[in-house]
Design a protein around this ligand. Structure first.
Ligand code: SF4
Length: 363
């Protein structure tokens, strides 16, 4: 999918950033508006569109991020076990339109596709943080509120981030994606300190629930190219969705994965089941009426998010872990955004009590 924004909006303070110039040079035909009130713009879109969130995905706002970019992974929430992880949000929203995407609810007040162009501020902040704690290992992801690579040929963050992370002694960059836009990664000569990870799901879920995203084949092909270039590779089977025939669909997904990759090529595989906050359900039903996300029963967990019943989640994790272990007992498999009980039930231990996971977390 070659993304072309419907319009570009430049906020005050963003005009002179080099990245702004790069984006504008790519789209000489696209209308550009300066210092337009986003509140008024949102009101305009709301008047003319039935799908405000979907419409705003094609309106690109170039902005300066005013605060601190670096924050601890939001997975640290009551009753949840998360992986030692930091996030930076260079982009908000995404050009894809997955039915289960939490951004539909999370970004309701500002649903525009926002790109922060003051990347030099981020680098300064990261440098200060990394050098203040030389004994600590930082794992930094850019894919919390967006897809890390889907826009990389539009706003080429990776061209700045890759050389920066290549130079670090105690930090690793994780680019999490469903995209196949790996041109900039393949053009960069040094793959050190960078992990590229792909979210994958069976082809029928990609087709029905992950609108606009590249196919499973395209994702695995991109992963193979990045592996061949020397990047470290991870995979997320997330969100795992339970539907009639899910066992065979996930078994086939794993077969397909290992037709492209050898077990030794993969740093880790994370598993996460479908989860959502209560208000998202109505939004999904309105925006994705054909979705099959709500055919099963979901119950609230300690963090307030709804998930499949615990025995169903346990069974899904057990089954998929078994399929993976059949391919290789040495794969690093972990659970993301799961409760302590599930971690213990499925893996028999908590993350920090597992030596191999410790090695992974400590990179
Ligand atoms: S790729 Fe990720 S961020 Fe983009 S729509 Fe899908 S779930 Fe949301």
């Amino acid at each position: 999918m070659n993304f072309v924004p419907q319009a570009i909006y430049i906020e005050s303070g963003a005009e002179s950033a080099p990245l702004t110039g790069e984006v504008l040079r790519r789209f000489p035909e696209v209308p550009v508006f300066r210092n337009r009130s986003l509140e008024n713009l949102l009101a305009d879109v709301s008047r003319t569109s039935d799908d405000v969130f979907g419409e705003c995905k094609s309106r690109l706002v170039l902005s300066r991020f005013p605060g601190s970019f670096l924050k601890k992974c939001p997975g640290i929430s009551p009753g949840m076990v998360c992986c030692n992880y930091y996030v930076v949000n260079l982009l908000k929203n995404c050009i894809y339109d997955c039915s289960y995407c939490f951004l539909q609810e999370y970004l309701q007040n500002n649903p525009f596709l926002v790109a922060f162009v003051n990347i030099e501020d981020l680098l300064g902040e990261l440098e200060a943080e990394f050098s203040a704690y030389p004994g600590r290992v930082f794992r930094v992801g850019t894919g919390e509120l967006t897809d890390s690579l889907a826009l990389d040929t539009v706003v080429p963050y990776s061209r700045t981030l890759l050389p920066f992370f290549n130079r670090q002694q105690n930090a690793v960059l994780e680019l999490k994606t469903k995209s196949d836009r790996v041109e900039n990664l393949l053009a960069h000569p040094d793959p050190s300190n960078v992990i590229v990870s792909w979210s994958i799901n069976p082809p029928q879920i990609v087709a029905e629930e992950e609108k606009g995203t590249p196919s499973l084949t395209a994702r695995l092909n991109a992963a193979r190219l990045c592996r061949d270039h020397g990047y470290r590779i991870g995979f997320h089977l997330d969100p795992i969705l339970l539907f009639p025939g899910w066992e065979e669909a996930y078994r086939e997904l794993i077969r397909e994965l290992f037709r492209e990759m050898a077990p030794g090529d993969i740093e880790w595989i994370s598993l996460g089941s479908f989860r959502y906050r209560a208000p998202l359900k109505q939004i999904i039903k309105e925006r994705h009426p054909g979705s099959r996300l709500f055919t099963g029963e979901h119950v609230p967990s300690k963090d307030g998010k709804f998930r499949y019943l615990r025995p169903l989640r346990n069974r899904a994790y057990d089954t998929i872990r078994r399929y993976l272990r059949e391919v290789s007992p040495n794969l690093n498999i972990y659970l993301c955004m799961e409760t302590r009980e599930i971690w213990e039930g499925v893996t028999g231990k908590l993350p920090r009590s597992d030596e191999r996971l410790d090695a992974f977390f400590d990179l």
